[in-house]
Design a protein around this ligand. Structure first.
Ligand code: DQA
Length: 146
């Protein structure tokens, strides 16, 4: 099975960005952890990041027939992007929303996700471990679909 990990704006700065909120692990180090877990579970992973909404939308549109599950940390776009939500709705690929921080324990504008209702489920607030847990969740979701 193939899992596409998508990372939205500012996640390229992980490691130096607000470490008190997001920790000191870089996105590259997260990718390594994700690959290790995926290998153990027999899954293939592709890992991408963009600061551009359109890139994320193009990547989601490109998933049918190529990926079994999408895992997305849409970062700030989670709370604002109807277009991203529509692209998740438009493809029939099950999608898992993840966040490093517990968005519900933060500012009120982060409590609302425009993506949640069109996602299979959410993993929120486990620090960078949210990514590793998402590998496990994606494998389970895929088994559910079969
Ligand atoms: C985030 C939470 C979002 O509210 C924020 O805009 C981010 C990161 C997280 O992983 O905790 O950029 O998605």
């Amino acid at each position: 099975m193939k899992i596409l990990f998508l990372n939205g704006p500012n996640l390229n700065l992980l490691g130096q960005r607000e470490p008190e909120v997001y920790g000191r692990t870089t996105l590259a180090a997260i990718e390594t952890k994700v690959r290790e877990r995926a290998k153990k579970l027999g899954a293939e992973v592709e890992f991408r990041q963009s600061n551009l909404e359109g890139d994320l939308i193009d990547w989601i549109q490109g998933t049918p027939g190529k990926f079994d599950v999408i895992v997305i940390n849409a970062a700030g776009y989670t709370h604002t992007s109807v277009a991203l939500r529509d692209s998740i709705s438009a493809v029939s690929v099950p999608t898992i929303e993840i966040h490093i921080s517990n968005v519900h324990a933060r500012e009120e504008f982060r409590h609302k996700s425009l993506l949640a209702a069109v996602c299979y489920g959410q993993i929120v607030g486990f620090g960078v471990n949210s990514y590793v847990l998402a590998v496990e969740a994606a494998v389970n979701v895929n088994a559910d679909q079969e």
